[in-house]
Design a protein around this ligand. Structure first.
Ligand SMILES: [Fe+2]
Length: 210
């Protein structure tokens, strides 16, 4: 039945949004791959060591993670500002207009990890994809999408990689959108010896609501 849903229905039902492969031209992916290689040399370590799940006022949940990050350059900026992406973000979430507010490259070395968390409260939709092939899936708990953050934290009870999660495939050079500020998600420690490179792009509805 999934194939018959509109993007908006899919978002409401499943908290995800597909970006068609043809939405982003191949040439831009080539530029991004080259840019990521340059950025990796100067990426900085992000290592949040504070144990446990920290409930934030904006509804997000912060938890330990380790990887290296870089905000990207012209190529990633062009992807974040791609009209097709903004249109998909708006179509899925029902917002009039979506603005990319945060994006970057993430470099995972063997052993790097991301404990279960909820994204920043301003992220109305989070897109992710890989730049390396055969990425391990992200895991998520869509059934917790509509629970208050305090309830999510209480139910997870500090577990960094909760039981009962489902796979969310991360595709190479093809973005997938998800409701990252509501649906708890995580990545278990990477065991791929060659490492992984990912992109994340968060969009926000910045329009003023009465
Ligand atoms: Fe996230």
């Amino acid at each position: 039945m999934t194939g018959e849903m509109t993007p908006r229905q899919r978002w409401l039902a499943e908290g995800r949004a597909d970006v068609p492969a043809a939405a982003v031209e191949a040439g831009l992916w080539e530029e991004i791959a080259a840019e990521a290689e340059r950025c990796e040399k100067v990426a900085v370590v992000r290592h949040n060591r504070r144990p446990g799940l920290l409930v934030m006022r904006d509804g997000s949940i912060t938890s330990p993670q380790r990887c290296r990050v870089h905000p990207g350059g012209q190529a990633l900026n062009a992807l974040a500002r791609h009209k097709a992406l903004a249109d998909i973000a708006a179509g899925a979430t029902g917002a009039m207009r979506m603005t990319p507010i945060r994006y970057g490259y993430k470099f995972y070395a063997p052993g790097d990890f991301m404990h279960v968390h909820r994204d920043d409260g301003k992220c109305d939709i989070t897109f992710s994809c890989g730049l390396t092939p055969d990425l391990g899936p992200m895991r998520w708990l869509p059934r917790m999408r509509h629970l208050p953050t305090a309830d999510v934290a209480a139910q997870l009870d500090g577990a960094p990689y909760p039981d009962g999660g489902e796979d969310f495939p991360i595709l190479a050079r093809r973005l997938s959108g998800f409701d990252g500020r509501r649906i708890p998600h995580w990545r278990t420690p990477l065991d791929n010896p060659s490492g992984e490179v990912l992109i994340t792009i968060c969009f926000s509805d910045l329009s003023v609501k009465p």
